[in-house]
Write a new protein. Structure first.
Length: 272
């Protein structure tokens, strides 16, 4: 069951869209509460996607298996071979220990929504999480906060030297990983659950080559049993599949820039 929560802020684009204000909804492909909006979108997506799905499924299987996925994730990936299949896509930067809690909320919401839509639309719907491994802002992704023994937020940081490379290209050293685990031992409340938690984190740390790898392994441990599928944009096979689209974007860069500037002006005119 999907639960709804009210945002404290009562202004801005996000607020207006959530409440179905026409001036906000017109900028997106309909409102998620509109009758038939998901059915119409799924039909449009499958009609526009004429490429072979085999290579996509193969690269997703290889990547998710390497990250320790469960049989449920493999089943979801194989659904994508069906030409009627669509996906519920979400994503987030590869934060330390999955980063902010809303990262996990996104993943679980995608799983729940995909299951709901699969029943309603009577077609395969796959939950996919985009691991934003291309993100260069390591100062955002290199730390998280946990509730400490003093019942106050305590910062936990991954001590790696960052020289501007994407998080998915940054080498995760054993020393840096152990420093994170030691910091957790230092600040977490002394309960019977902590040893198991630390062992769980360490188990995912050892085979991880980058912070993005560690993130992916942890997220799959949490949501993989529910069928979540991960995608990493730094995958070479994925870049090859996306090459025609990227080449077209380069050819149409002037038109795309003009469209973006026009949309920016329209948003500002609506007060956003």
């Amino acid at each position: 069951m999907l639960k709804e929560y009210t945002l404290a802020r009562e202004e801005g684009f996000c607020h207006d869209y959530l409440h179905g204000e026409p001036q906000a909804v017109k900028f997106l492909a309909g409102h998620f509460r509109e009758e038939g909006v998901f059915a119409a979108k799924s039909e449009a997506v499958t009609a526009a996607y004429g490429r072979d799905r085999t290579k996509l499924a193969e690269l997703l299987l290889a990547y998710n298996r390497a990250a320790g996925c469960t049989e449920e994730t493999e089943k979801q990936i194989k659904k994508l071979l069906d030409p009627r299949a669509v996906a519920v896509l979400c994503g987030q930067q590869a934060g330390l220990l999955t980063g902010p809690l809303y990262t996990v909320y996104k993943a679980l919401a995608a799983v729940k929504l995909a299951a709901k839509l699969e029943k309603e639309l009577e077609r395969p719907v796959v939950p996919v999480f985009w691991v934003a491994s291309e993100d260069h802002d390591f100062s955002e992704a290199n730390h998280c906060y946990v509730l400490g023994r003093d019942k106050r937020p305590q910062k936990v940081e991954l001590p790696l030297v960052h020289k501007g490379e994407p998080v998915g290209r940054l080498k995760l050293t054993a020393e840096a990983g152990r420093a994170v685990l030691e910091r957790l031992r230092e600040v977490l409340p002394q309960t019977e659950f902590v040893p198991g938690l630390l062992a769980w984190l360490e188990e995912s740390l050892h085979p991880s080559a980058t912070p993005a790898d560690w993130f992916a392994r942890l997220l799959l441990k949490l949501a993989g049993p529910k069928g979540l599928v991960l995608f990493d944009p730094l995958l070479e096979a994925g870049r090859h599949l996306a090459a025609p689209l990227l080449a077209e974007a380069v050819r149409k860069r002037a038109a795309l820039e003009e469209a973006l500037l026009r949309r920016e002006a329209e948003l500002k005119a609506c007060g956003y």
